[in-house]
Ligand binder design. Sequence first.
Ligand code: ADP
Length: 473
Amino acid sequence: MKLWKKLSMLAVLAILAATGIFGGTVLYQTANYNISQTISNYQGQVTSTAYVLEQEIRNNAPQGFGDETNKSFLQYTLRKHGGTDYMLFRNGKLAGNLTNYDVAGQGTMPEWTMKQAKYVIQRTDGHHILIMGKQFASSGEGIYDLVLVRDISQIYDDIQDQVWMLLLVYAGVTALAINMIFWVTKRLLRPLNELQWTATLISEGDFRRRVQVRTNDEVGKVAEVFNQMADRVERQVEELEEVSERRKQLLGSLTHELKTPMTSIIGYSDTLLHVKISKEQQKRALEYINAECKRLERLSGKMMSLVGMYDNEMIHFEEYPVQELLNRVEALERYHVAEHKMQLVMTCAVGTVPMDVDLMESLLVNLIDNAIKASGEGDTIDVLAVNNRITVRDWGKGIPPEEIPKITEAFYMVDKSRSRKVGGIGLGLALCKKIAELHYGHLEIESRLDAGTSISMVFDRMKNMDGSQEEMG
Ligand code: ADP
């Protein structure tokens, strides 16, 4: 059963129970009050009539006459002071009956007493008959029972009318309550249906779907949180799709990059095996094979670093002085730079930074190697650590502006044949970009053709790297 139906039924049941108990109790109390009021009125009436009769009999009863005379007197007195609702008994025998009721047909009567008037209500032929009696004595003449017999069916009929009226109102209220509660509950829970519908669509892949938050109640809050969750899911799905797409591209590029050296190696080794060539040619073929194998080795090394960096547990952060880092990099690059007759100028104006030293070293070595490849003999390469960045700057050939956004993609080389000649494989900047991201930073590339390039590693979470600034997460 749907939630709105369950809630509505519960509310209707609660209202019915409450109104039923309330109405029933009020009706019961009213009926009891009416009956007891009527009885109390009649008790007053019977008591005063008994008193008047007692006085009349005591003062005016004929003395020394026969039974018939006495009976006539009593009947006369009863008619005069009582009326048509009364019977009078003298010493247990009927002395007068002005009612339409037969005493014998009234069943057993209670024992009347001199004290308060007693009563009994009998049901005969659908009528409620009140029989009320009281005893009185009159100057040794015997004991008298004054009995009132009265049809009080009207009171019961009124009560029955009230019961019907209550049931009618009850039915009306019930019908109205059911309609109103069903309508209100359905309306209140409508956002939940929308939520369910949206959740179904999202689970089927429509990640852009959102619920319209209209209310400020609990349901509205759930809808709001649901939308936040959907935002997050959408973002994560997009990220996953992006990663998967990048992996696909990486794999495609890798296959392509592997194919070129493999083809050369197979070609040269086939020539060595099957073609008669001079010693000089054999040597050159072996040199080609050797160079291509070295290229493959470099390729696999860089690929392993790049893949390894997706495993964040391998990264080890420590507070490390940037000056120390630059010293290590200079020691590594000293001979390489000298080999190309260039100068490496290191300037450091910052303190310590939380970093993975090996990865930062690898980043700077890659940037300096690229700068060396782009520069000419006698050029200078600057490495400058200032504020929240470390910059590698050269005055070499520069990068065409339209190529700048692409050079951090894996296997991208501006001039493939030239890059290959100088040992490039197009993975260096992809590695640098990943290292920068792992340090909560990014790469900033500025370049002008034939004027030079400067590539900076920017630590986004720090303002200055003087050791006293904001910490990196
Ligand atoms: P590679 O292994 O080819 O150096 P990278 O990813 O390091 O691969 O660089 C990609 C391309 O970006 C290079 O082929 C080169 O054309 C260009 N590049 C990188 N750094 C510089 C630089 N300092 N000056 C000029 N071009 C550069």
